[in-house]
Design a binder for this molecule. Structure first.
Ligand code: HEM
Length: 148
């Protein structure tokens, strides 16, 4: 198993990066939809459209992409367990756990909007829109520069 993974390591890394791009696209777009959704009247056509967009983005793109990122990331660590010793990997994985927690919060807010129960203002979701971007910068710098 480890040998097969090592032989196909660059394929794993390529698939890891492809799924990261899809996951991050959703993590940066979904809170933007929440911002606009706060301005739509409950029960309006506009609100109904946002509900469909949010649910599809989460279910069809973000959930599978997140699982693929984890899968290919873990397979690379199985192929090369020494990677786990690097300080950069520890900081990176802390960032990934935070990103995954944020994903779960976004999933909960999709349900809150679907039930017309959102009470938060657009400003809250604008701030939430910045957090995945900041975490992503830290993760990518750790993964590529491996500073320590
Ligand atoms: C979900 C858990 C994750 C695990 C277990 C994981 C693990 C790994 C491993 C083992 C590598 C190969 C490192 C190497 O060969 O030097 C890697 C590469 C990479 N990871 Fe992750 N990763 C995860 C999530 C993420 C996320 C969320 C991002 C970005 C937001 C990310 C960005 C990258 C990048 C850019 C590379 C390529 C580095 C290079 O080729 O120089 N990873 N990851």
């Amino acid at each position: 198993m480890q040998e097969i993974l090592s032989q196909n390591y660059d394929w794993l890394r390529a698939l890891h990066i492809i799924s990261i791009i899809a996951w991050m696209a959703g993590m940066l777009y979904l809170p933007r939809l929440f911002v606009y959704h706060t301005e739509a009247e409950n029960g309006s056509n506009k609100s109904a459209t946002f509900k469909i967009m949010e649910k599809r983005l989460l279910k069809i793109i973000m959930n599978p992409a997140m699982m693929a990122v984890w899968l290919f990331g873990i397979l690379m660590i199985i192929a090369n367990p020494a990677l786990f010793d690097g300080g950069w990997m520890h900081v990176k994985l802390l960032g990934v756990v935070l990103m995954t927690g944020l994903h779960m919060a976004f999933a909960k807010w999709v349900k809150v909007f679907a039930a017309d129960e959102n009470v938060r203002e657009a400003k809250f979701y604008r701030i939430m829109n910045e957090i995945p971007a900041a975490i992503m910068v830290v993760i990518v710098v750790m993964a590529v520069a491996e500073p320590f």
